[in-house]
Design a protein around this ligand. Structure first.
Ligand code: PNS
Length: 172
């Protein structure tokens, strides 16, 4: 850990990161961010830049939606990142990754990533069981259902719903 990260830790600010693609943020993501926000002083939301995968929304659009729907929490910082998540954590003095687990099927891959990240840098991963209300939910499914005209208004925040339906209409 660098000297500046030591300084951040010494200030006693407890930080965690919620990473993901967030294309777009869903109520399931928001549930996990809200719960992390109640446990930590500062929650960093890291929006992954994946150059090989074109999203429905640009990274800037995703960040803006997340900022708007988390503004009331008061301790959420939203940033993009590319490269290794552990480097994002190291640069900001973040010792913990918070991830939602929707079902046992999520666990295999999440465990591999948690062990890899811990082995690379000592960063811990904390798993939060997703609320059963959102256990079937993913951004991919929301986009698919919305693209075929299904109602997803109860699955994403209101502003995300309006931007999602507008984007799908533009693409028709
Ligand atoms: O929402 P997603 O697409 O399931 O999020 C996956 C994400 C972005 C959290 C994961 O792929 C990630 O952490 N990527 C950053 C690159 C990295 O650190 N890879 C090694 C993981 S062990």
């Amino acid at each position: 850990m660098s000297a500046s990260n030591d300084a951040v830790r010494r200030q006693g600010v407890r930080r965690a990161v919620c990473p993901g693609s967030f294309d777009p943020i869903t109520n399931g993501h928001l549930d996990i961010i809200e719960r992390a926000s109640s446990l930590y002083d500062v929650v960093h939301v890291a929006v992954a830049i994946n150059k090989s995968k074109r999203g429905l929304f640009s990274v800037e659009e995703r960040i803006s939606m997340i900022e708007e729907v988390t503004a009331a929490l008061g301790n959420v910082v939203v940033e993009s990142h590319h490269g290794l998540l552990v480097d994002f954590c190291r640069e900001r003095g973040i010792p913990a990754i918070v991830k939602g687990l929707r079902a046992v099927s999520d666990f295999d891959y999440e465990l591999q990533m948690a062990q890899m990240n811990h082995g690379l840098s000592g960063v811990e991963t904390l798993f939060v069981p997703t609320s059963p209300t959102w256990s079937f939910l993913s951004s991919s499914l929301v986009k698919e259902v919305a693209a075929y005209g299904g109602d997803v208004s109860h699955l994403v925040p209101e502003l995300v719903y309006s931007r999602l339906t507008a984007r799908i209409a533009e693409q028709r």
